[in-house]
Design a protein around this ligand. Sequence first.
Ligand SMILES: Cc1cc2ncn([C@H]3O[C@H](COP(=O)(O)O)[C@@H](O)[C@H]3O)c2cc1C
Ligand SMILES: O=C(O)c1cccnc1
Length: 358
Amino acid sequence: MAGVSEVLSSTIARIQPLDAEAVAAAETAQAGLVKPAGSLGVLEALSAQLAGIARACPPPVPAKPAVGVFAGDHGVLAQGVTPWPSDITFVMCNVFQAGGAAINVLSRAAGASVTVVDMGVAGPYAEGTGPGAELVSKKVRPATSDLAKGAAMSRDEAIQALEAGIAVADQLVDGGADLLVTGDMGIGNTTPSAALIAALTGTAADVVTGRGTGIDDETLALKTGIVASAVERIAEGADAIDVLAEVGGFEHAGIAGFVLGGAARGVPVVLDGVIAGSAALVAQGIAPTAIDYCVAGHRSAEPGHRIALEKLALRPLLELDLRLGEGTGAVLATPIVQASARILNEMATLESVMAGGQ
Ligand SMILES: Cc1cc2ncn([C@H]3O[C@H](COP(=O)(O)O)[C@@H](O)[C@H]3O)c2cc1C
Ligand SMILES: O=C(O)c1cccnc1
């Protein structure tokens, strides 16, 4: 891709296709386990994907999941696209740090760490570690510009935010994380998510725009109109970074970088809901192979998420009508990812059982 930074282009260059031999070995191994062929359904394909990512069969069982919650505020809030004030973004970051948010509860249940990344929160923000999460600052600027009026950010800012996501992935993997999990916090962020999905999949705004935290029909019509006209502004021949800059958010850019960074490090990335889905479309536009490293943790109730997952060709592991974000659906799916690797590592083979070996 032309017009990218050195960090971005070297990250893209490090993303390898999955190891075909390890994938084939996993498929062969699955067929020989003590069960009817195919009977573990999606777990079988997932285990082969993990083998391809790890370049080994059986793949190691992921032991250290790490959630990156990317947070940012949105200029488009001025249009009234959500009933919540932008202060909630900052407030929730403090709740994450204290440990009382849904993502904290579900991460404790899954044995996952939580790192909150300030990509562009409007409120003041202190780095530091609390009982619930570590807070790191990669603030590009306090909130994007209003995407109803013009570009949400410059291309340089988009690249800076993508690089921040790559750096967070590197930091977590250097700290021992072997399964990255995406999360988001940003009041108003379902509006840029819908715009990214509309633009990057060529789908009409009214199909991909949803009610987010819960809006009435009038606000939904307003939000849909804003998404439609923002997408119309995107120039012919715009690349995924141009689209991100025009209609995205800083947390979307951070998550897209996190996906690229995870793929470059050879680590699987579990995607959360519609914000992650739209960010993964950006990553796909930058480096399509990065999506081979992704697992869709769940499908959220937000309508654009289904469209995004279709374009990404990812099948969600869970469908629980979640529409919260923060990484909740993704971290809930991590035990399933671990279980699929465990199957390849621990199950007896049909042959050994028939021979009386077990
Ligand atoms: C208290 C609270 C906690 C949240 N945690 C995640 N979100 C989610 O809702 C927001 C997106 O919805 P919309 O586009 O309609 O504003 C994001 O912050 C997302 O992370 C929350 C929203 C609220 C209000
Ligand atoms: O799909 C999601 O993750 C989502 C939906 C609504 C609001 N916040 C997040």
